[in-house]
Design a protein around this ligand. Sequence first.
Ligand code: KIV
Length: 300
Amino acid sequence: MSIQPRLAAASAAARAKLGVPELGEMKRRGDKLSVVTAYDAPSAVLAEAAGVELILVGDTAAMVVFGHGSTLPVTLEEMILLTRAVSGAARRPLVIGDLPFGSYEVSDEQAVASAIRLLKEGGADLVKLEGAGRMASRVRAIAEANIGVIGHVGLTPQSATRLGGFRAQGRTAASALALFDDALALERAGAVAVVLEAVPAAVAASISERLAVPTIGIGAGPGCDGQVLVWHDLLGLSAAATPRFVRRYAELGEEIAGALRAYVADVRSGSFPESVHTYSIPDEERARFEAALAERRLRG
Ligand code: KIV
């Protein structure tokens, strides 16, 4: 084979969709998984170019995209739409469609039906849901439908009110043990990974060591097998204060605000658009156009 087809094959392989087994292999090798949320196609392209393994179309969309005060109001239809935008653009990373509040709690059947919609209509590769206990049965049902499912324990924003607000979980021996049992129950039910949110680093590290599937931490310390951050937090796009576990890698909100202020000022002053931003018309066509207008004015 000449070099060109070999290069093409190598680049196609580099862009080939990751599989769930590769996530497990990464854990066994000690390679960390990078995960970020995204809610539209351009963001998915940027996330893929940066090398993330997984893109989560999170129900945080309720807050960062739709402007609600919690994650509860976002609907399955809205999540399907956002997931479709991301899955249409992401080639290599696995796209996780998040099951929103109200789309899986009622029964295993409801959970499977909602998961199927996220895959079929949204193009998701995997789905995620919050909680353990009865939710382990939802995970089992979805896994038995041959759908890769990710669990989510610790601070589960959909039940923040019941948990007493957005606060760290597992800070006593008893609650840490309960968290461990929950994570293990999800793994045994067939979860391919477990998100640990707002959990003490030591507890998350112990859980990560004991689970066979990867853990993905958010506010759960470096001992997790991967990390996830919300797009708007990571990039400094949210005006609201970010949780302590967020590192803002940019202040794009300020950049965008500055750019928009400059644009408004340029429009008002007439310094935008310039000739480079406009289209020309050949001189003879313009002369004919002006003559036709003059003619009309005469007649009018
Ligand atoms: O919806 C979301 O963005 C999430 C992450 C915070 C893990 O569930």
